[in-house]
Design a protein around this ligand. Sequence first.
Ligand SMILES: N[C@@H](CCC(=O)N[C@@H](CS)C(=O)NCC(=O)O)C(=O)O
Length: 187
Amino acid sequence: MLKLYGGAKSRAAIVEWYLEELHVPFEYIVLDLQAGEQTQPNFLAINPMGKVPALVDGTLKLWESGAILLYLAQKYDSSYPQTVETQAEIYQWTLFANSTLSQEIFTPDPADNKAEGILAPLNQILKTQTWILGETFSVADVAVGSALAYIPIALDMDLSPYPAMLLYINRLTERPAFMNTIGKRFQ
Ligand SMILES: N[C@@H](CCC(=O)N[C@@H](CS)C(=O)NCC(=O)O)C(=O)O
């Protein structure tokens, strides 16, 4: 069975959410990050960087949440788009979520927060469509949505200027797979 390595409150919950969406059975192995289990040789053999999430699927050992999401989408998502162009949009949104979006949301100093520049266009996009790629929920929603859904959970950021985004976050957090994973782990 596929194995997902995570920590009590870690980015592994993003992958856990997507696995639940896909109904792919997996074993979730929670490492004690405080105790440094991620730096032990048996885990470094899976991810030499000593970070979670990491995934083991047969002989494949994969790390970086974005890479894991994209792999799972291609292998297990029956609605994964067939055209290279739409696949490229999925890469775009997944990489955006893990780089530009995360950097601008999760700034150590709230005074440095430049998120407005990207939250406003995101809100605009979500005014006219249900999900990031249009009317079909996809891995792009897991990548982008997990970052956005984290704002009301953990950050002191006013999202009232972005009502379409707030509705989008509500749609995501009401999904049973979200509630069973991120929703539970970050209560
Ligand atoms: N960009 C990586 C970040 C991985 C990461 O920093 N994971 C944290 C938990 S959320 C971790 O393993 N921390 C333990 C450590 O750095 O020792 C990803 O998205 O997978």
